[in-house]
Design a protein. Structure first.
Length: 392
């Protein structure tokens, strides 16, 4: 008696996705048309991108700022020795094309919190987080919640890992799952001087390719389920415990104090605006559509001023915190460390109303939010989209 299910041999002329077609509910065209953003191209991101290529997902963007080190080769299935020193996102994109030449894949060699325009998140149907830090997850979570996009988070460490789905406001989001210790770590870093922040950013989590392959597969599987309208992991997490195989699923309640559960505000796609459109122009349109404007929120932290902790010297910066270098952080007068002052929004009397998003350190194809009373309206600076998609 054979223990193998029906395994009739495939002819050499069989279509690439013939085995998937045997799945009753499978819609290959749905995957071919899908748009997926992968944030992070390390060990976990490698597994996710590999799986998306094998599944035939048609449109994928990979965002990661890091370059490949030799130590990455033991944990990253898409990288080779010759890739050392190259950008992870670019190498992952090239390898994905080798696996699935019909994929439309683009690499963004950027720090997501500093240089990923939120238009990319609005472009995506679903986002996959393959990040290794809380700050990146908090940013991705807030951006997805504001834009109304679901995302699948993954995390790994040695023999354990977790895949979690978030789709605010309907389900719990990442911030709902954060403990007091998580917030203490983030707030401690936010209160640090710039050089101290840089020191805390170094390091890495010990991982293996085994755990990455399992968690990355779960993340990709949840994307397939979502795209096919099947119940997915949103508001829940699959906790992989590899030491004793005590894996389990956990449900996350919505935190009543979390700000991301009032519904995503409407967003107007303004095709004639780009990152060089003055905020005064945006302000005027907001007043017309909302009946007034109290402020324009930027959606990310911008360092407005650096103040030396020793001599008190103040320097305007206007750059995302992640784009401030160690040299920037040193006072150009006495050489001491500097502390940042942040800009989150532009008020009615702000001098920054005369400036443009680019001048304030915002990336191309971003989204800003006008606020009047308790009403919000997003503006997508969509004239940047064509250049961004072309990789310029």
């Amino acid at each position: 008696m054979s223990l193998v299910a029906d395994e009739s041999p495939l002819a050499l002329t069989d279509e690439r996705f013939a085995r998937f077609a045997k799945v009753e509910w499978w819609q290959q065209q749905r995957l071919r048309d899908a748009r997926v953003l992968v944030a992070g191209a390390g060990a976990l991101g490698n597994e996710v991108v590999k799986n998306l290529a094998l599944l035939g997902v048609g449109n994928v963007v990979i965002a990661d700022m890091d370059t490949i080190e030799v130590s990455n080769l033991t944990r990253s299935c898409l990288f080779r020795e010759k890739d050392a020193g190259s950008f992870k996102a670019a190498c992952a994109a090239r390898a994905a094309l080798d696996l699935y030449p019909q994929m439309n894949v683009q690499a963004l060699n950027v720090n997501i919190t500093a240089a990923l325009g939120l238009g990319w998140i609005r472009w995506a149907e679903i986002v996959i987080g393959a990040l290794d830090n809380r700050e990146g997850r908090v940013f991705l979570n807030a951006s997805c919640a504001r834009i109304g996009r679901p995302w699948i988070d993954g995390g790994i460490e040695v023999l354990q890992g977790v895949a979690r789905g978030f789709h605010a406001p309907e389900t719990a989001c990442y911030e709902c799952t954060m403990s007091e210790i998580d917030w203490q770590v983030i707030n401690t870093r936010r209160s640090c001087s710039m050089l101290a922040r840089r020191a805390l950013a170094h390091g890495g989590v010990p991982t293996t390719p085994l755990t990455a392959s399992i968690v990355g597969a779960i993340q990709a599987q949840e994307v397939v389920k979502y795209l096919h309208g099947l119940p997915a992991l949103f508001g829940r997490g699959f906790v992989y415990e590899g030491a004793h195989h005590g894996s389990y699923v956990v449900s996350y309640p919505i935190d009543p104090g979390c700000p991301w559960h009032e519904g995503a505000p409407p967003i107007e796609q303004v095709r004639e605006w780009d990152s060089d459109t003055p905020f005064n122009v945006i302000w005027q349109r907001a007043e017309e559509l909302l009946g007034g404007c109290d402020a324009i929120d930027l959606g990310r932290e911008i360092v407005e001023v650096l103040q030396c902790v020793a001599c008190g010297r103040r320097r305007p910066i206007l750059r995302s915190v992640e784009a401030v270098s160690e040299d920037d952080a040193r006072c150009d007068g006495c050489g001491a460390d500097s502390a940042p002052e942040f800009l989150h929004s532009i008020g009615r009397g702000s001098e920054h109303r005369q400036r443009t998003p680019r001048e304030l350190g915002l990336p191309a194809w971003d989204i800003v939010w006008a606020r009047y009373g308790d009403r919000f309206l997003g503006f997508e600076l969509a004239a940047d989209a064509a250049a961004a998609m072309g990789g310029e």
